[in-house]
Design a protein around this ligand. Sequence first.
Ligand SMILES: NC(=O)c1ccc[n+]([C@@H]2O[C@H](COP(=O)([O-])OP(=O)(O)OC[C@H]3O[C@@H](n4cnc5c(N)ncnc54)[C@H](O)[C@@H]3O)[C@@H](O)[C@H]2O)c1
Ligand SMILES: [Fe+2]
Length: 380
Amino acid sequence: MKFMLSIPTFIQFGKSVSKKAGEVALGFGAKTVFCVYDKGVAKIATGVVETLKESGLEVIEFDSVLPNPTDSLIENAAQLARNAKADVVVAIGGGSSIDAAKGIAILLTNPSPITLYAGPPNLVKIPAKPLIAIPTTSGTGSEVTPFSVITVPSISKKVAVAGQFVAPAVALCDPLMTVGMPPSITASTGMDALTHAIESYTANNASIPTDDFALRSISLISKNIVKATNNGANIEARANMQLGSLLGGIVFANAFVGMVHSLAHPISAHCNVAHGIANAACLSYVMEYNAVEVPDRTIEIGVAMGLDLQEIPKEEAIKKVVSAVQDLVDAVKIPKLSAVGVTEDKFNVIAEDAVVEIPSQFNARTVTKEACLDVLRRAF
Ligand SMILES: NC(=O)c1ccc[n+]([C@@H]2O[C@H](COP(=O)([O-])OP(=O)(O)OC[C@H]3O[C@@H](n4cnc5c(N)ncnc54)[C@H](O)[C@@H]3O)[C@@H](O)[C@H]2O)c1
Ligand SMILES: [Fe+2]
C-alpha cells in the first residue's frame, strides 16, 4: 500500500461559520482585506464584508469576477490588490471567484503574469498571501484544492496553476451561503461535485483514504441533489450537498479526476459552457467507457448511490449504475451539449485537446480521440 495525502487547508464547516471571516483574517495579522466575488453573489458578499469591517479591517471589494475567469481578469484585480497593499484575500463565491482569488493571492507575492505558473505543479515558488475561501456553490471543491483553473482566451484553453502555495489557507464552509442558489446552478455545480467523487474513485491514483471520502461524497450528493435543486430552502439537503462537495474536493485534489474533466475543459474553453454542465452531459457515457477497466468500482459507485445490486450479473449491474447516473442528470434537467452552444464542428478540436489534458493520465482507461468523439456524439 502506497499513497500520498495532502489536505493543506484548515476547514471549518457548519451553519454561520462564514461569520468568522473577520476573526480568521485577524489571526493572519491582516489590516487590509481584498474581497473577491461576482455580481451574482453581491448580496451574500455584503454580509461577509460587514463581519470583516466589524472586526476593524479595511476592506477593498472586487465584485467583477466572471464565470470561467480569465488571466487578464486576474491581472487587473491583482493590480488593485497590490495598490491597496492587501495582506489577506477573501473569496466569496463559486469556483470562479475562488480560483480568481487564488491567482490574486499568488500575484500579491509573485511576479506577473499568472500564466507563468500554469502547467506542472509547484511553479509558484513564494507562498501566496493567505486566502480565506467561502464557497457559495456546492460544486468545485476549490475551497480545498491546490488548483486554480484559469481561462486563457488568446490560446482558447483552460490552464491550471497547481501546487503547495495555491490552496486556500482556510475554508469556511457555511451551507447557509448556498441557500439562494437557483435550481439550474444547484444542479450543474452539484453534478461537478458528483463527477469529482466518481472520477476520483475510478482514477488510477485512488487510495484507501480518498476511496472512503469519495464513496461518502457520492452517497451524499446522489441522495440530495434532487432535493436541493427542487427546494433550495431545504437546509439539510444544502448541508449534505456542501459536505459532499467538500469531500469531493479533498479526494480529487489527491486522487485526481479523469476523462470527464478532460472533455469538460476544452468544451468550456471552445464553447463557453458552464463547467458543471459540460461534466454532467458527459459523465454517464464516460462511466460506461471506463467500466470495462473498473467494473467492480463502477458497481460500488451504484451501491453508494443506494442501488440494490445484489445477485445481479455484473454487466447488468453496471448498466443499472450508468443509467442511474444518467437519470440523476436528467432529473435535475441538465441540458444536452447541443442546447448550450456546442456545435459539431468543434468535436474534433475538443477531442484532440481532451486526449492531452492532464486528467487523461489518471483515467482508468486509456483516453483515445475516438472514445472522446463517441462521448461527444452521445452527449450532444
Ligand atoms: N480549482 C478547482 O479545484 C476547480 C475544480 C472544478 C472547477 N473549477 C472551476 O470553477 C469554475 C466554476 O465554478 P462554479 O461551478 O462554482 O460556478 P461559478 O463560480 O462560475 O458561479 C456560477 C454562477 O453562480 C452564481 N452563484 C454562485 N453562488 C450563488 C449563490 N449562492 N446564489 C446565487 N447565485 C450564485 C454566480 O454568481 C455565477 O453567476 C470553473 O472555472 C471551473 O473550471 C475549479
Ligand atoms: Fe470539476
